[in-house]
Design a protein around this ligand. Structure first.
Ligand SMILES: Nc1ncnc2c1ncn2[C@@H]1O[C@H](COP(=O)(O)OP(=O)(O)OP(=O)(O)O)[C@@H](O)[C@H]1O
Ligand SMILES: [Mg+2]
Length: 248
């Protein structure tokens, strides 16, 4: 069976700056991969390339065996299959929670208002936000807003979710409720690729943790191995810095 996502020698530069330097990775269906690494190592760029928000210079990105990185492809049908959630939620401030969630299913999938709202309310209930459907994003806590952002992405019924630092803008006491949602998604078999600075979360949620350094995956292993006995010297140095900072 094809991997759900296959990254093959993915290369990306911004001008003179080479940001991804030959990324190779196969991700199975229902697998959860956490990308860790210093700021600027290329985590967000990699996720953005997979979601076709950035074009790659060389290599290929396959979804179910089909190359989605070919120049000239219409990105919209592919983006429908790959949901992405960002650090800063990016909810539409002038729309209620329910409209935020129903907009894309109505406009892009052509769902009726009733069907989109049924789906939206179901997602809100799933994440404990059923009584927030008619409020506006700025009336919600950060953790609630992020849960709405995840629900909005799931309303398109994606096959893969990309989560870029989804807890980094949150106060520590709000992180847990968002991580609960990610755990729930994992329990339902969602394939997920996430970038995170939360090592404990990466350790708990992921099947494999990949350490990125200067646009290369230096090491990719199950969390107990990567955190417990990292093989690469750079990984060891990075983890030591994290430990020294009291974050692991
Ligand atoms: N649109 C862009 N134009 C030019 N350079 C960019 C652009 N986006 C990212 N970069 C550069 O690419 C490199 C990798 O950035 P990226 O955001 O992928 O890192 P990251 O690992 O996600 O970092 P962080 O942990 O801080 O989120 C950085 O040097 C960054 O300055
Ligand atoms: Mg980033």
């Amino acid at each position: 069976m094809n991997p759900k996502i296959s990254l093959q020698s993915v290369t990306k530069s911004f001008g003179e700056r080479s940001v991804l330097n030959g990324i190779d990775l196969d991700v199975s269906a229902s697998e959860v991969i956490a990308f860790i690494g210093s700021s600027g190592s290329g985590k967000s760029t990699l996720l953005r390339c997979i979601n076709l928000l950035e074009s790659i210079d060389d290599g290929a990105i396959l979804l179910d065996g089909t190359d989605i990185s070919l120049p000239g492809l219409d990105p919209d049908p592919i983006r429908r299959r790959i949901g992405m959630v960002f650090q800063n939620f990016n909810l539409f401030p002038h729309m209620t929670v329910l409209r935020n969630i129903t907009l894309a299913p109505r406009k892009v999938l052509g769902l009726s208002i009733a069907d989109a709202e049924t789906r939206g309310r179901e997602l809100l209930r799933r994440f404990g936000l059923q009584d927030r459907a008619d409020t506006y994003p700025d009336q919600l806590s950060g953790g609630q807003q992020q849960r709405v952002a995840i629900a909005r992405s799931l309303a398109m019924e994606p096959e893969v979710m990309l989560l870029d630092e989804i807890t980094s803008a949150l106060d520590p006491e709000l992180v847990g409720e968002v991580l609960d949602v990610v755990r729930e998604l994992k329990g339902n078999g969602m394939t997920m690729l996430l970038a995170t600075h939360e090592m404990n979360f990466a350790r708990e949620i992921s099947d494999r943790v990949c350490f990125l350094h200067q646009g290369q995956i230096l090491e990719c292993a199950p969390p107990e191995q990567l955190f417990g006995s990292p093989r690469n010297e750079r990984t060891q140095q990075f983890l030591q810095r994290v430990i020294d900072a009291g974050r692991l």
